[in-house]
Design a protein around this ligand. Structure first.
Ligand SMILES: Cc1ncc(C[n+]2csc(CCOP(=O)(O)OP(=O)(O)O)c2C)c(N)n1
Ligand SMILES: [Mg+2]
Length: 370
């Protein structure tokens, strides 16, 4: 299990988690089983899940081929309050989880005071995801025992609610009593488990006082050797031979056999060939093709993502072209791959919806977003 650092800005970590999951799935081999085995889990607050746009943006990607992570488990810790705000003032739908309905997700509402119900809901969610590969939402209804933070006095804003909460038995007490009543365990056994657990929390708390966190704790193995901004790093020469660039340039201007290119595209492709041959007046699109192509030739995975990236927002890229009769696409990658059978990694140019914030975390390796 790995945990992603969560910035204060509520929910903005979601696309990062999904991007990380997708990268893991990709580098594990990207088979159906790999997608099943890497499970993204997002923990939400009730107010944040209902209120933050990025939740919708992230869920909107769930069924899109090039962004699908085989389903995300969403757990809403629904303490029925957002800092000082009651649900009635922070959303327009009855349930905090209602956004899930827009995507036809199964939604399990469960009682946070009933640990068995919660664990049953989570098990069912995992089974669902395993079987159907879609998002699942758990709406765990609970309450907040104290204020939002150490300085908060919840009685200022919700005096009636907090009087009721003060009188309410803790989840632990309710569950212990239930197990004892049902004869699952004796009072003594319950106490033994409670003491053992509290003691282990206590010793961890003591150990935390001398624990020195290491920056590397946050970096996964793929970043081994990556220099932090505080360390000096060497800029590696990344240039390639002129012949290589010429080769890629010509390939980027090559029309595959039997492919019906648009009339105007024919001109562009001919111009590419000429630019590559003569090595002068190379335009932006061809320069990019040379950059991506040379990375591919070195066996790098290149993923370019954004709404119009295949063609390029200003019709400058044409990394993928369409046959005018069949609308079949051909990408620079395919043209290069026919030449480079040995190539292990792939070049993916994916279109996506308009909003860029999901894309922050969606790229296993960013070469750029638009
Ligand atoms: C985008 C954003 N807006 C506002 C805040 C300030 N803020 C921090 S917690 C919070 C309430 C969140 O309520 P909820 O999602 O129900 O989570 P809870 O704290 O109840 O677990 C707010 C408004 C923030 N951190 N990020
Ligand atoms: Mg809340």
């Amino acid at each position: 299990m790995s945990l992603v650092a969560n910035p204060s800005h509520l929910e903005c970590v979601n696309p990062v988690v999904l991007g990380k999951a997708r990268a893991k799935q990709f580098y594990c081999g990207n088979t159906e089983e790999d997608v099943r085995n890497v499970v993204p889990i997002l923990l939400h607050g009730d107010a944040a899940f209902a209120g933050q746009g990025v939740v919708y943006e992230t869920m909107q990607l769930a069924g899109v081929d090039d962004f699908n992570v085989g389903g995300t488990i969403h757990v809403i810790v629904n303490n029925q309050i957002g800092f000082t705000t009651n649900p009635i003032n922070s959303r327009s739908t009855p349930y905090a989880s209602d956004l899930g309905k827009a995507f036809n997700c199964p939604i399990f509402h469960c009682n946070g005071d009933d640990p068995i119900a919660v664990s049953r809901a989570l098990e069912t969610a995992i089974e669902w995801r395993h079987e159907w590969g879609t998002d699942v939402v758990i709406d765990m209804i609970c309450y907040r025992k104290n204020g939002h933070n150490e300085l908060d006095q919840p009685m200022f804003t919700q005096p009636k609610l907090y009087k009721a909460i003060t009188r309410h038995k803790s989840t632990l007490e309710i569950y212990e009593n239930r197990l004892i009543e049902e004869g699952v365990m004796t009072k003594e056994e319950a106490k033994e488990i409670r003491d053992f657990t509290l003691q282990s929390y206590e010793s961890d708390l003591q150990a935390s006082k001398t624990y020195v966190p290491k920056p590397e704790d946050w970096l996964s193995s793929r970043w081994t050797g990556f220099k932090s901004p505080r360390q000096h790093s060497r800029i590696r020469p990344t240039g390639v031979d002129l012949d290589v660039l010429r080769f890629i340039g010509k390939k980027a201007g090559e029309v595959p056999e039997g492919f019906k290119l648009h009339r105007q595209m024919n001109k562009i492709f001919k111009a590419r060939q000429k630019m590559a041959e003569e090595g002068t007046e190379i335009d932006w699109g061809l320069a990019e093709a040379m950059a991506f192509g040379s990375l591919l030739l070195e066996g790098n995975h290149v993923r370019l993502t954004g709404q119009d990236v295949q063609r390029g927002t200003f019709s400058h890229r044409h990394a993928v072209v369409k046959d005018q009769d069949t609308e079949e696409g051909k990408s620079l990658k395919e043209v290069l791959v026919t030449f480079l059978k040995k190539l292990k990694h792939s070049h993916n140019t994916f279109r996506s919806r308009i909003h860029a914030s999901q894309l922050v975390g969606k790229n296993p390796e960013n070469v750029g977003t638009r």
